[in-house]
Design a protein. Sequence first.
Lengths: 250, 198
Amino acid sequence: MGVSTRKLFRDDAVVLRTFKLGEADAIVSLLGRQRGRYRAMAKGLRRTSSKFGARLAPFSHVDLQLIEGRSELHTVTQAVGLHLSGGAISSDWAAYTAACVIAEAAERLVPEDHQPDLDVFQLTLGAFRALAETDLPPVLVMDSYLLRGMKSAGWAPSLSECASCGKAGSHRAFSVAAGGAVCGDCRPGGATVPAPASLELMRALEAGDWSNATAADPRQRTEAAGLIAAHFQWHSERPLKTLKYVPHQT
Amino acid sequence: MYDGALGDLIEELGQLPGIGPKSAQRLAFHLLASDSADVERLTSALERVKAQVRFCENCGNVTEAEQCGICRDPRRTETLICVVEEPKDVLAVERTGEFRGRYHVLGGAINPLEGIGPDDLRIRQLMVRLQKGETKELILATDPNTEGEATATYLAMLVKPMGFKVTRLASGLPVGGDLEYADEVTLGRAFSGRRDVD
Ligand SMILES: [Zn+2]
Ligand SMILES: [Zn+2]
């Protein structure tokens, strides 16, 4: 089948990761505004003369023209850079490792089925831009992303009401298996009792309330990060393998 | 599908990078039609490469001795160490004729999404080398793409506090590509114009 008979389409997408393919080609894992998550081939991407340059680097936001593939794999024919976050992110170790977790989580949150998920698309784009363009602590950007991503997928930890009975209030106990904060009556065995300030920080992160989030002390950040990671991994039923590279807070 | 020896050969060839099922089949039939002597030379080359070629104990480059030719060459200095991802990058830098120091081959780049972290590369061996006190400058010549940059970032973070001069190849090297595809002139220019990592 000739190229001319295949359909062209356009989409703006964030690059989640690239895989080397053969001598100089690459497969790009994308999260598109209109097409959801999919993969595309970028021919000659790894040659220094590549017409794509650095535009298809991980964490970039690009305007793409693609040829629809017969199987699941499309082919990129043109790429215009909108936000080239990859360079700034990879020059900061904390930002880079946080971005890797976000990319892995995005692949978990959005199945590869071409269904648009505008919420997660915007969250992912926003998180990469925040890592590249702001001074926000990368770990907080990552934790905020994980919480909001889970919320959009419908399995965020309950923070303002009991995860079991729905009773409103700032409950003290937290159970990943039960779905978040739990009241005294519903509290299952194995529930932890984090510092109230840690749950406060999680509410701030979920709301994108950066002034309160950045004011939290390191112990609360560490505790909240642990709960968020545990919740994400429990409810998506697999570990996030990139998490172990994120540097511990000092 | 082919069974038996032919099927096995096609399957093995198909595991090689850049070889699809069709190419694997074509190669297998080519070998089947070749002279026995030709095939014996190929099998013996494969056996010898596995038996004789190893990685230099100092720098990780390929060699048939304990140390590679560059590490054994008394005219090359340990004062300057150029860090690259793969042995083929050593060749690319050697072609420029710009460099008289030695190399350190990491064996890849950091890529958390593929499960490759700092501990999976020859970074610990680099630290051991640096502790000998002969080295003044580390040139980070990892690929000019996201993983290569992240690897350079990690190494700089590790090594700069130890007091070494750390430089990165100058921009002007096309971004996004593999180092091995850069031509000698561009790479040579990137080398002589290398800048301090801050
Ligand atoms: Zn309850
Ligand atoms: Zn050597």
